[in-house]
Design a protein around this ligand. Structure first.
Ligand code: PGA
Length: 253
């Protein structure tokens, strides 16, 4: 299975903007030739989860940009994974670099979030990636290893069918700079080696790895040429529904 994951971030923040986006998405979706091996996951701003749940075509998967680890209780401002599940959410982004940065999410927080997403039978889209500084210091393998091992601390091998790992180098997010095809392939191999070392070789078939960071329809052939990559996580360019469909179509070929 291949995925295009649209992370709308804190955009489309009024009903009018959401309506316009959904209308265009519906139009282009109708014309697009469907392929069962490529899935589109759309993660709206959390307040509009219900809105998107009501209006998205049923064969587009609804995602969430985050969730908390407890279902309910005294957790002001948090998003319940049980609510998300009830609203039809199928996938949740965990440990996005912006959540790590602005909400100071720790490795333990992310591990708890991943476990609760899996407990609710949703897909955990787990983001990992190094900063420019870590790349310059050649410490990116250790950084990624720490992020992966900690995020999956409480998972068993069988759970990995519901995990997508998004390799998102921080320096490529929102910058219009992308790693080379070779760099992405190398990091895909690094991630697979870490998983094999930790959980055994069967992991390679189970886990989908996608790339994220300044993805657009025009650079799809560079960032996702590796047959072992399972797609892309897209930020800014996902706000353009027609571009999103072009990305899906390039993965279907
Ligand atoms: P970008 O964001 O495509 O705007 O670089 C990607 C992401 O943050 O997931």
């Amino acid at each position: 299975m291949k995925y295009v994951i649209a992370n709308l971030k804190m955009n489309l923040i009024t009903p009018k903007e959401c309506d316009r986006y959904i209308e265009i998405l519906n139009q282009v979706w109708k014309k697009h030739i469907k392929n069962d091996t490529v899935k589109l996951i759309v993660c709206p701003s959390p307040l509009y989860t219900q809105y998107f749940s009501d209006k998205l075509p049923s064969d587009i998967l609804l995602g969430s940009q985050n969730s908390f680890w407890e279902d309910k209780g005294s957790f002001t401002g948090e998003i319940s994974p049980l609510s998300l599940h009830t609203l039809g959410v199928k996938a949740v982004i965990c440990g996005h670099s912006e959540s790590r940065l602005y909400s100071h999410e720790s490795h333990d927080d992310i591990a708890r979030k991943v476990a609760s997403v899996i407990r609710h039978k949703m897909i955990a889209i787990v983001c990992v990636g190094e900063t420019q500084e870590e790349r310059d210091q050649d410490s990116m393998i250790q950084v990624i290893e720490e992020q992966l091992i900690s995020a999956f601390a409480s998972l068993e091998v069988r759970h990995f069918e519901r995990v997508i790992i998004a390799y998102e180098p921080r320096w490529a997010i929102g910058t219009d700079v992308t790693p080379t095809t070779q760099d992405i392939m190398q990091m895909r191999i690094v991630i697979q080696k870490i998983l094999i070392k930790q959980y055994g070789s069967e992991m390679v078939q189970k886990v989908a790895i996608v790339y994220g960071g300044s993805v657009s329809a025009s650079n799809m052939s560079e960032v996702c040429i590796d047959a072992d990559m399972s797609g892309v996580l897209v930020g800014r360019e996902s706000l353009n529904a027609s571009e999103l469909i072009k990305m899906l179509e390039s993965l279907s070929r």
